[in-house]
Design a protein around this ligand. Structure first.
Ligand SMILES: Nc1ncnc2c1ncn2[C@@H]1O[C@H](COP(=O)(O)OP(=O)(O)O)[C@@H](O)[C@H]1O
Ligand SMILES: [Mg+2]
Length: 266
């Protein structure tokens, strides 16, 4: 009887299939996907291009509908975008004609909120993310890393309970990416928001996650879910440890077995 209470599920997906109809036969983008994101958990989806990562996020964001199976957010099936969701994409989709402050405030307008009620919070977020003094600049005046920080502030403005992030650091140089990994870990540790994070970097997935969900293509599916039992907070040097290396090697093996990656020179 009893035992530790189960963490409530933020996202629960069972037997999910997604098919895109096409003239020359239907395309199975996702097949038999089971996925669980616990409240306050950090989970990465890791897989090659075309395995359906973005499609899965779009389904969770209520932007597409599932073909079959079940998908629940906070215990409810979706009939549109779920409440309390923040999103960050690889391309930051900031609006060039608006200031950084006004970009951060965009979700407030979409939600029909009062701008004035959120200006202080927006400014505070920009300070926290190293963008103090850039409030009135425009996106084209910022570096890629700064733009992505602004996109994170925008995702946080309505204080979402969960975040979905689609390769948010994929277009950044390696050092900026490292820096943003550290910042994201800090954000997660201080707020305990549930995060579903998409990447195709093995190191990034292992570094950030409680669990890494490894996917393969044709059809897009989950091949294994790996719990990352490394102490937190993690610093970048953890990537040079033996235990980190074992997780990475295991995932590389999985990719090799599923024809995603050839790891040996021929
Ligand atoms: N709206 C759509 N119509 C038809 N095919 C799609 C659509 N969206 C995605 N796909 C296909 O589904 C597959 C998975 O795409 P995607 O989810 O973008 O993969 P990933 O993000 O893992 O690279 C791809 O082959 C893509 O071409
Ligand atoms: Mg994608």
């Amino acid at each position: 009887m009893g035992g530790a209470p189960q963490r409530p599920a933020k996202i629960r997906i069972q037997g999910l299939n997604k098919v895109f109809p096409a003239e020359n036969g239907d395309f199975r983008a996702l097949s038999g996907v089971d996925l669980h994101l616990g409240d306050g958990e950090f989970v990465s989806l890791l897989g090659p291009s075309g395995c359906g990562k973005s499609t899965l996020l779009r389904l969770i964001a209520g932007l597409e509908s599932i073909t079959s199976g079940s998908l629940e957010v906070d215990g409810r099936s979706l009939d549109g975008p779920p409440a309390g969701l923040g999103m960050v994409f690889q391309r930051d989709v900031l609006l060039d004609w608006r200031s950084i402050l006004d970009n951060v405030l965009l979700p407030v307008e979409f939600a029909g909120g009062r701008r004035d009620d959120y200006v202080t919070r927006a400014r505070d977020l920009l300070v926290q993310y190293g963008l103090a003094g850039f409030e009135d600049r425009h996106p084209w005046q910022l570096s890629g890393g700064m733009r992505q920080r602004a996109a994170i502030c925008r995702a946080l403005i309505l204080d979402p309970s969960f975040l979905i992030m689609d390769e948010p650091f994929g277009a950044l140089d390696a050092l900026t990416r490292d820096e943003l990994n550290i910042e994201l870990q800090r954000l997660w540790q201080t707020t305990r928001k549930s995060v579903l994070f998409v990447t195709h970097s093995i190191a990034e997935a292992v570094f950030l996650s409680d669990r890494v969900v490894v996917m393969a293509t044709r059809p897009g599916r989950i091949v294994e879910t790996i719990a990352i039992d490394l102490p937190r907070p993690r610093d970048l040097a953890i990537r040079e440890t033996a235990s980190f290396g074992r997780y990475s090697a295991h995932i590389r093996d999985l990719f090799e077995r599923h024809g995603v990656l050839r790891t040996k020179p021929s």
